[in-house]
Design a protein around this ligand. Structure first.
Ligand code: GLU
Length: 418
């Protein structure tokens, strides 16, 4: 993953899996199956640039496990994306869909590119050609992509259109996170932030902490962080710090989120904003707050800054924002960590709702999406908390125990072909 140079992302994911397999006494043959990804496709493809030249890009699609249903997971457009990242993140998706108990396996993919450095027409040609290349293994029954870092509804619309053009008819269930005009779901965009807010409020109440008035710092102000800032504020929490890729903003009395949203909509950066103290992004993580939401990239809290974290709750908005060492250090200090495969599952849960609605061609209102999301997030949180209590383990270890047990059970009962 971008940011982790020392060890491969897959080996970190495998270490976490191995520890879980040990803890639940998983037999060696199932362990050998689940610690590897099932299928990986690497593609190198040309794209015509606006000046008439051609550039060759590299992309990936990795499917970790499909025992519980079609593969599911996002597509990332990022200059530091690697095949190894896709493998690790595909494995996390398998665990995430299992914790939320939605009938999918895990996948991840992406293209090595900086989407901000491409024009809209270049981005469209890149997306359509990449979709064509991976169409060998994706589709509504096989593998359903969704947004991740650097992609969003417009990219999903081009993917859906490309797959539909090849099929000769519309295939809306081939991708989730689409615009609503072509079969996207109410509440998909806000799903990750909403799910994260729901789990944070539940966990704080359980720990006898009052969410109302709690000070929150959010690293990131995108699809997860931005939505989370608004929804946590609606819960009475006080969002005192947020960041984008330019800098962090800090205002102890609470930030004016409407002004910040407008600034972002107009293409501005937080360094252009005068209504709060500008701080560096690293400093945001160590502010004196109750709740820290790392909702940007992987490996942001490391052994180098973990001892300076002052939050009592960390809700993981990004995938793998804490290194294994930082996680251990913070657990030692009794920080309540809400793990990514539970806390940010709201995105894939609403993706599941979108896929179901597309297949049925019957669409739900936003109230229904929110109440079903609340049902799934509450049930998942309670199961994880119950597992943590009965085995005296962290919420992360409990979530992994539940996930690996479910996927192992499905793999075992299906048996090994032939
Ligand atoms: N990219 C998101 C994640 O990491 C969503 C995946 C999906 O909806 O399929 O969970």
């Amino acid at each position: 993953m971008s940011g982790i140079n020392e060890r491969s992302a897959l080996s970190i994911a495998q270490r976490q899996f191995d520890a879980t397999a040990d803890a639940i006494g998983l037999d060696d043959s199932l362990r050998a199956v689940l610690r590897e990804v099932k299928r990986e496709l690497v593609v190198h493809f040309p794209v015509e640039m606006d000046d008439g030249s051609f550039r060759v890009f590299t992309g990936f699609r990795v499917q970790h496990n499909i025992a519980r249903g079609p593969a599911k997971g996002g597509l990332r457009y990022h200059p530091a994306m690697t095949l190894d990242d896709a493998r690790a993140l595909a494995m996390y998706m398998t665990w995430k869909t299992a914790v939320a108990d939605v009938p999918f396996g895990g996948a991840k993919g992406g293209v090595v590119c900086d989407p901000k450095a491409l024009t809209i027409t270049e981005l469209e040609r890149l997306t359509r050609r990449f979709t064509t290349e991976i169409s060998l293994i994706v589709g509504p029954d096989r593998d359903i992509p969704a947004p991740d870092l650097g992609t969003g509804p417009q990219v999903m619309a081009w993917i859906m259109d490309t797959l539909s053009m090849h099929a000769g008819f519309s295939v809306p269930a081939s991708v989730t996170g689409k615009p609503q005009s072509i079969g996207g779901s109410e509440g998909r965009f806000t799903g990750p932030g909403r799910g994260l807010t729901m789990v944070t409020v539940l966990a704080m109440r359980d720990a006898a902490m009052d969410p109302s008035g709690a000070r929150v710092a959010i690293q990131g102000f995108g699809k997860v962080g931005g939505v989370c800032a608004e929804l946590m504020t609606a819960e009475g929490m006080n969002v005192v710090a947020v960041s984008d890729s330019s800098c962090g903003l800090y205002r102890p009395e609470g930030l004016d989120l409407t002004a910040l949203r407008h600034l972002k909509e107009e293409g501005g950066h937080f360094t252009d904003y005068g209504g709060a103290e500008q701080i560096d992004r690293e400093q945001l993580l160590t502010l004196d707050v109750d709740v820290l939401v790392p909702a940007a990239l992987e490996a942001q809290v490391t052994e180098r800054n973990a001892d300076r974290i002052r939050a009592t709750v960390i809700a993981e908005g990004a995938n793998a924002p804490l290194t294994t060492e930082a996680d251990a250090m913070l657990n030692e200090r009794g920080v309540l960590i809400l793990p990514d495969i539970l806390a940010n599952a709201g995105g894939v849960v609403v993706s599941y709702f979108e896929w179901v609605q597309d297949i049925q061609a019957y669409f739900w209102g936003s109230g229904e999406v929110t109440s079903r999301l609340r049902e799934v997030m509450t049930r998942s949180y309670q199961q994880v908390r119950g597992e943590a209590q009965s085995h005296d383990v962290t919420l992360r270890n409990a979530a992994f125990r539940i996930a690996v047990t479910k996927v192992a059970e499905a793999t075992k009962v299906r048996g090994i072909y032939p």
